[in-house]
Design a protein around this ligand. Structure first.
Ligand SMILES: [Fe+2]
Length: 293
């Protein structure tokens, strides 16, 4: 059974418990999520002017389009206002801002039948926990413009409690940070960087696709198996996502069950406390910093 809670008044503690059991949450836009989306729109519209961002792919050739994204995305990610608004979204949705740590929000674009590598990479079916996320990681995702069922994310809830053969054993977070991420802008047509992926056929259907309005928020466990649906909508999808951990969960080793993640290293060093952007203490991260055996 997978439950989708819509605008649930549940506390953050209860919500995380449900998320770790595989349930999904969706919320109407909040004051801060609206502001975050507005901020992303302004920035994207400036960057792709005179074209409307969802349509700019039809007006620019590959290199020029990648150049637009290459400057837009880091600017959004690193902007202090983005971090401030993420903290606001979390407070709006009941997270304990003293206990909650987030990583910087990503602005993602998914072109429609166009480029598929590097900065426009279409993520194959995966769990974030294959990428060295802790089992207590919670993912937050919101569209910047209107969605279609052909440019969203699909969840495969039947695999929440069931493992699927995958190559996460070859992924190490520190190695990725050292070599993989920096080369994203260099990849235009073909993805050559090594990413954890499925090594068996799974039952892709039926899947669950949640379609909130712009600024609406989908919340799901980092252990949830999900796929970016091949975009055939004719328009580029823009979305914002970020991840959180609750410090008490990290310290207690709580979270979803690990059914098939074998990666090493940890992304926990990337998380910043909502109140003061402090990192988790080294001794809290240390138990997660596994190395390849
Ligand atoms: Fe993901």
């Amino acid at each position: 059974m997978t439950v989708v809670y819509f605008d649930s008044p549940m506390s953050d503690d209860e919500r995380r418990e449900k998320l770790f059991g595989g349930d999904l949450f969706m919320y109407s836009p909040t004051p801060n999520s609206r502001a975050l989306v507005e901020f992303a729109r302004q920035m994207s519209e400036e960057a792709s002017a005179p074209h409307f961002p969802p349509d700019a792919q039809h007006h620019l050739e590959g290199r020029a389009y990648v150049d637009v994204l290459a400057s837009l995305k880091p600017t959004f990610i690193n902007h202090p206002r983005s971090k401030e608004l993420v903290g606001g979204v979390l407070a709006d949705l009941g997270a304990d801002v003293q206990q909650t740590y987030f990583d910087v929000p990503r602005l993602r674009s998914m072109t429609s039948e166009y480029l598929n590598a590097g900065l426009t990479l279409q993520f194959e079916t995966h769990r974030d926990t294959w990428f060295s996320a802790p089992m207590c990681q919670v993912n937050w995702w919101m569209p910047v413009y209107d969605l279609a069922e052909t440019n969203v994310m699909a969840f495969h809830p039947r695999y929440f409690a069931q493992g699927a053969r995958n190559s996460s054993r070859d992924y190490d977070y520190e190695e990725w940070v050292a070599h993989g991420r920096a080369s994203a802008a260099a990849q235009i047509e073909k993805e050559t960087r090594k990413q954890p992926e499925l090594e068996e056929e799974i039952e892709m259907l039926p899947d669950i696709r949640l379609i909130p309005p712009p600024g609406g928020v989908i919340v799901f466990s980092g252990a949830q198996l999900h796929t970016t649906v091949p975009n055939t909508s004719g328009r580029t999808r823009f979305s914002i996502d970020f991840r959180t951990v609750n410090r008490a969960d990290v310290e207690a080793g709580l979270g979803a069950a690990n059914v098939d993640s074998e990666c090493t290293g940890t992304n926990l060093g990337d998380f910043l406390r909502v109140t003061d952007l402090a990192q988790l203490p080294a001794e809290v991260i240390a138990p997660f910093a596994t190395t390849r055996g």
